[in-house]
Design a protein around this ligand. Structure first.
Ligand SMILES: [Zn+2]
Length: 65
């Protein structure tokens, strides 16, 4: 077993590149965020925690990792 595998908390969690629906700026958010994530440019809510995978309000344009 490789050392780095211990660093990944959940196998299904990802970082997502999301485009804001209001101002079209892009932001990287965690797919299982536990707090509300707002757009850094306009304050639009991009993701809301649901207890598991976050509800994404923008458009996911890439999945990282
Ligand atoms: Zn925005």
């Amino acid at each position: 077993m490789a050392e780095w595998e211990h660093l990944i908390p959940r196998p299904t969690s990802r970082f997502l590149r999301v485009r804001c629906i209001s101002c079209e700026s892009e932001q990287i958010i965690f797919s299982h965020c536990s707090t509300k994530v707002e757009c850094q440019m306009c304050g639009e809510v991009l993701a809301e925690p649901t207890g598991g995978k976050a509800k994404i309000n923008g458009s996911v344009i890439a999945v990282l990792g």
